[in-house]
Design a binder for this molecule. Sequence first.
Ligand code: MG
Length: 241
Amino acid sequence: KIVAHRGYWRTEGSAQNSITSLKKAAEIGCYGSEFDVWITADGVPVVFHDATVNGIRIEDTTYATLMNIRLANGEFIPTLQQYLTEGAKLEGCQLILEIKTHRNDERNKRAADMAVELVKMLGLEQKTEYIAFSKVVCQRLHEITPASKIAYLNGELSPAQVKEMGISGIDYNEKVFVKHPEWLQEAKQLGIEVNVWTVDGEENLRHHATLDGIDIITTNDPEALKGILAEQQAAKQPAAK
Ligand code: MG
């Protein structure tokens, strides 16, 4: 399965974490589109990758100071509510919601609570999957939305340890599986879903596309991966008569 990292943004008119990037990921048939969530000082969840925008720390500023800042494609920084509202209209593209690691655990929990509240309010429980580097965030998510898919990003826990936390998946950097190739089989046996990030470049995509035990590839090149998977699929089919 293909997840577009920060949406499908390496294409005309798009930008990382823009609503356009989400729509474009859905358009090319990605399994999901990933995006990053911070909460502002006044408690507004916004979609943006970095901790700072133009030198302003998102956690320390109000939404009012961010709302007129434009992304590379001219769109404004979306609030999570705006983002999810657009996502709700898209057929067949999962919303892969990353909660960024905030300053302290109180804020981490608040970010998880606010994101889940919005997801529930918009009726998007089935369509949303969560990812986070923070164990506290993953545990909180598991508490408040136990039926949701939740994957841990930080890479130091084995599939068994993740399973013990009640988390449904691991979403690890590609280097982790070079160090721990045995985790792929371990995860499979335990029913832990495996996502690998951020896999880019033709050769690397090909390598991961054939690696046994990988369920999902998160990439900045979703179109390239789509081509590779289609090719592999075609090669598996018996030759046409
Ligand atoms: Mg992310």
